[in-house]
Design a protein around this ligand. Structure first.
Ligand code: SF4
Length: 75
């Protein structure tokens, strides 16, 4: 289920859809870094309100729609 970032939310990546563009790490460096192959490493902690805009921007900018905002309590 999708979540808004005003709720307790986190970002997850669909590794099949991700094409290693790295755009997400540029837009949300507080929680996303890139591994040596260009794939994102995402901090699984809930996103605080002051980072919500960065999270939304990163999800919206992913060219392959591989990023998903979901409830932080989901496994
Ligand atoms: S922007 Fe999307 S496709 Fe590019 S590395 Fe991030 S999740 Fe993968």
């Amino acid at each position: 289920m999708s979540a808004t970032v005003t709720e307790k939310a986190k970002i997850v990546v669909n590794p099949i859809a991700c094409a290693a563009h790295g755009v997400c790490a540029e837009l949300f460096p507080e929680r996303i870094t890139i591994d040596e192959w260009g794939y994102p490493i995402i901090d699984p902690r809930p996103i605080p309100e002051h980072l919500a805009e960065h999270a939304r921007r990163a999800v919206a900018a992913c060219p392959t729609l591989a990023l998903i905002l979901c409830d932080a309590d989901e496994p």
